[in-house]
Design a protein around this ligand. Structure first.
Ligand SMILES: [Zn+2]
Ligand SMILES: [Zn+2]
Length: 266
């Protein structure tokens, strides 16, 4: 069986990720316009007909921008918790109710040949979740918006072969930047986003040979650059004496365009 992962877009302007095999695929979040999602998939020879559903992490617009059109025009089933749907459906009345599916927290459900489990993360939305997805013997974890890594979330993150984790801001750039004080405080809080040093230190703690792909995600437009993200991670690993093996890859996910397809199984 093949298993492919790709980020279509990652960052505060929009998040959307694809995971699929040769038969089916799923999306995680739909934070860019549906037209862009369809276009990006088509460019990769992936038909929208093969997409069996979209998993939604929380109600922020950079995660649901394309959801209304995907449910109305493509009748795409969408999966999230009761609390998250409540926070999305009240202000977004045009999302097709027929497509909405409620999922429990920390209980496996099955979609498109994948076993999927949602786990709670700390973020400033009514509820925010990450996803742990099993396909054959491969495990994928996606945790893009979280202020800190809780004891509940950590095991799902540690178990991943492919991990998508945010590295949102460079701590120095945020402190010295133009954002008002309240916004800086929100971003840095336990319910905001993970900074480069936080993410790097956590990765240095958990890295093992099982973690083959680290995808650093949700970079801030104003308080980060891909170069600084990579530099911070490499510096942290080198200080801790961590040397990656030949199979391990680090990807910095792009903000407004797809990142190269990662082939987890050929
Ligand atoms: Zn976000
Ligand atoms: Zn968010």
């Amino acid at each position: 069986m093949k298993l492919n992962f790709c980020s279509l877009s990652s960052g505060s302007s929009g998040n959307c990720y694809y995971l699929g095999n040769e038969f089916h695929g799923i999306l995680i979040d739909a934070g860019i316009p549906a037209t862009s999602i369809r276009k990006f998939l088509k460019n990769m020879d992936i038909s929208m007909q093969t997409i069996m559903g979209v998993l939604i992490t929380h109600n922020h617009i950079d995660h649901i921008r394309g959801l209304e059109v995907l449910t109305r025009k493509n009748s795409l089933p969408a999966f999230s918790t009761y609390k998250i749907w409540k926070s999305i459906l009240a202000p977004h009345k045009k999302i097709s109710r027929d497509c909405i599916h409620e999922i429990p927290l920390q209980q496996k459900f099955h979609l498109a040949g994948f076993d999927i489990e949602a786990f709670p993360v700390c973020h400033d939305a009514p509820e925010t979740i990450g996803f742990h997805i099993c396909a054959g013997d491969k495990k994928i974890t996606i945790a893009t918006d979280l202020g800190h890594i809780s004891q509940t979330a950590a095991p799902y993150i540690k178990a991943a072969n492919l991990l998508v984790i945010e590295s949102n801001y460079d701590e120095q750039m945020l402190v010295n930047g133009k954002y008002p004080h309240f916004l800086k405080a929100r971003i840095q809080s336990d319910h905001g986003h993970l900074g480069n040093h936080q993410t790097s230190a956590f990765l240095a703690d958990i890295i093992s040979d099982n973690l083959s792909n680290i995808c650093l995600a949700h970079l801030s437009k104003n308080n980060n650059t891909p170069e600084i993200v990579l530099q911070t991670l490499q510096q942290t690993f080198s200080e801790r004496g961590i040397i990656l093996n030949e199979q391990q890859r680090i990807s910095i996910l792009k903000r407004n365009m797809p990142t190269e397809m990662i082939r987890l199984m050929e």
